[in-house]
Ligand binder design. Structure first.
Ligand SMILES: [Zn+2]
Ligand SMILES: [Zn+2]
Length: 273
């Protein structure tokens, strides 16, 4: 949930310092959103849960900026021949998705080359912006962020999750498309890196602010907003104040929206059961 770079330290223990990575369980399907440094711990827990059984995983990447792919070489299941991993994402700037992912495992950066991995990995660039993973229907939508970046909407039988880790609000008609894309989501995980004043100094950087995230979620009838892509310079206290401020905005608007800030190990259950 951290943006840009991992931030270990005493100031970030509660919300956590790992970069973008979320696991979604829909029935038997395991869908991973982004491969930030949080992926390392997820890999350990998956191997622990599945022991010697085959592991079938799908990874959806928002984009190939470092903080969203850096966990992949440290994802233990890719070193197991019983693991099948399908990676889907936009092409990344210039060289394509496969080059972006395998490049970070070249010998300059990492000891094990991608070609030597014993697992079965398929890398596919998104062609279709609407597809299915098992019983989950997935839609992608372009984000407003440098390079080629997307967000995803997952329709599972239990509910709708929307994931936009890196995006800046647009003005005018484009924003209407975004509102329709996130409409009535049960959970919206959204880039809310800045407060209003910080955002004014970072317009055009491709990240959002709390005020705009709340406004967008309220307009679109979202049920729960999860603030995401925390600024590396924001400690736990600052994030507490972001959550308090966001809730005060909801109250002022007499909305029902719930707001939380993403934190390491956070679990959200959808559906009544
Ligand atoms: Zn990022
Ligand atoms: Zn980015």
């Amino acid at each position: 949930m951290r943006g840009s770079i991992p931030t270990p330290g005493t100031g970030t223990v509660r919300y956590g310092g790992n970069t973008s990575c979320i696991e979604v369980r829909c029935g038997k399907d395991i869908i991973i959103l982004d491969a930030g440094t949080g992926l390392r711990k997820l890999g350990i827990s998956l191997l622990d849960e599945f022991k010697h059984k085959p592991l079938n995983l799908t990874l959806l990447l928002s984009h190939t900026h470092w903080d969203h792919i850096q966990g992949l070489p440290f994802f233990a299941p890719i070193y197991e021949s019983r693991c099948r991993l399908r990676i889907l994402g936009s092409e990344g700037a210039r060289k394509g998705l496969e080059a972006a992912l395998t490049g970070q495992m070249e010998s300059t950066y990492f000891p094990v080359p991608f070609s030597k991995l014993p697992s079965n990995i398929e890398i596919e660039e998104l062609r279709d912006f609407s597809f299915a993973i098992g019983s989950t229907l997935v839609q992608a939508h372009r984000a407003n962020h440098p390079g080629v970046t997307v967000g995803y909407r997952l329709f599972s039988p239990e509910g709708v999750i929307v994931f936009f880790p890196d995006t800046e609000p647009r003005t005018g008609g484009d924003d209407r498309d975004m509102i329709e894309f996130i409409r009535d989501a049960d959970v919206l995980i959204l880039d809310s890196q800045y407060d209003r004043a910080e955002y004014q100094r970072h317009i055009g950087w491709g990240h959002g602010c709390v005020d705009d995230s709340v406004a967008l979620a309220l307009t679109a009838g979202v049920k729960k907003l999860v603030l995401f892509h925390h600024d590396p310079d924001h400690d736990d206290k600052t994030l507490d104040s972001f959550v308090g401020y966001a809730r005060s905005l909801v109250k002022k608007a007499k909305g029902k929206l719930k707001v939380e800030a993403a934190r390491e190990g956070m679990v959200i259950k959808l559906g009544g059961k």
